[in-house]
Ligand binder design. Structure first.
Ligand code: SF4
Length: 335
């Protein structure tokens, strides 16, 4: 890794020259959600205006936010400002040198604290930002989503075990660079110094790591769809409102599952129905919920006064008045 870093790593980042605790700290906070190339001009402007922790602590919050404007995630800037005041007031302007003291500052998590201590104080501290997680999950073929506690614990163990006993600052920059430039979403394993021992690479499909976030269990909604036939075998179709799910498509009239179908039909559709029977439930899945559709078959009574017009029409089932949603087509094909 270190040989690769010497040849291919990034050595010209502004916070590396000089690599002081203040500059490393500011850069690490800016880099938390933002790419290096975007951060560089912000970092340089910030350093011009606030060259040290005292000038930052003395500034008005509005001015700090103004210099942050465009970087997004403004809680980072507010926390940075609060942390600067904390360092000046409680540490006399000197930067902490222990993990615990850094973690006590607003906006500092374990990985950020580790990165600062490794790069600014040459302490053997592991880091586990998004890039490093990806490299380690692939190198060791660690299954599971890294947001999961157990997976994260395994990754931290690997991050600790991987630390060298010398040049820790360079190693920290090296593994971040590797994740940012080689072991990216689509890794370029031919350029990677870790390829020989990498278990994900050996499988031939390293992109399978790290594991994806498990999909949340979707809520289930239920509705009854009414397949109502008249004496000629025609079915009652209903046009859906223009906005919302299946907006503007033709569909079947619906009835809440806990309502009386005959009453609903009389009051809402102006038809009397009888001979009701329920068919097999059909599930349709949208991005944010499952819809369980209970088909209810029925016969439209002879004396009905259907309110036809723009939104309701009787048509043969194989000649619907327009486009139908997929699950409605499936329902109509049910025996
Ligand atoms: S060999 Fe490929 S998958 Fe493995 S760490 Fe290197 S770039 Fe990532």
């Amino acid at each position: 890794m270190l040989a690769w870093f010497d040849a291919h790593g990034r050595h010209d980042l502004p916070w590396q020259h000089p690599r002081t605790p203040y500059r490393v700290w500011i850069s690490e906070i800016m880099l938390q959600q933002t790419q290096v190339n975007t951060v560089i001009p912000y970092f340089e402007r910030f350093m011009q205006r606030f060259p040290d922790v005292h000038s930052l602590a003395a500034a008005a919050q509005d001015e700090v936010l103004a210099l942050w404007s465009g970087l997004g995630y403004y809680a980072r800037a507010r926390n940075l400002h609060r942390a600067a005041r904390h360092i000046v007031e409680r540490h006399d302007g000197r930067f902490p040198t222990t993990l615990e003291a850094w973690l006590a500052l607003p906006g500092i998590g374990r990985s950020t604290a580790g990165a600062i201590l490794a790069q600014a104080f040459d302490q053997r501290q592991p880091i586990l930002d998004g890039n490093v997680r990806r490299v380690l999950a692939r190198y060791h073929a660690i299954d599971g989503w890294p947001g999961d506690r157990a997976v994260q614990d395994r990754l931290w163990q690997r991050a600790e075990a991987a630390m060298p006993h010398r040049r820790i600052a360079d190693y920290t920059q090296a593994i971040m660079d590797l994740g940012a430039t080689v072991c990216t979403r689509q890794p370029d394993c031919t350029r990677c110094p870790l390829a020989e021992g990498c278990r994900a690479h050996a499988t031939g499909h390293p992109q399978a790591w790290p594991g994806r976030k498990p999909r949340k269990a979707l809520p289930v909604r239920r509705t009854a769809m009414l397949i109502l036939r008249d004496a000629d075998g025609r079915i009652l179709f209903e046009r859906r409102p223009p906005a919302g799910i299946w907006g503007g498509l033709w569909s079947l009239p619906e009835c809440p599952v806990n309502e009386s179908v005959p009453r609903h039909c009389r009051e809402r559709l102006g038809v009397d129905v009888d001979h009701l029977s329920a068919g097999a439930t059909v599930r349709h899945t949208f991005s944010h919920f499952h819809l369980d559709i209970v088909p209810v078959h029925g016969r439209i009574g002879g004396a009905s006064a259907l309110r036809e017009g723009g939104t309701h029409i009787l048509s043969p089932p194989d000649e619907p008045p327009g486009g139908l949603p997929t699950p409605v087509r499936r329902l109509l094909r049910q025996p």
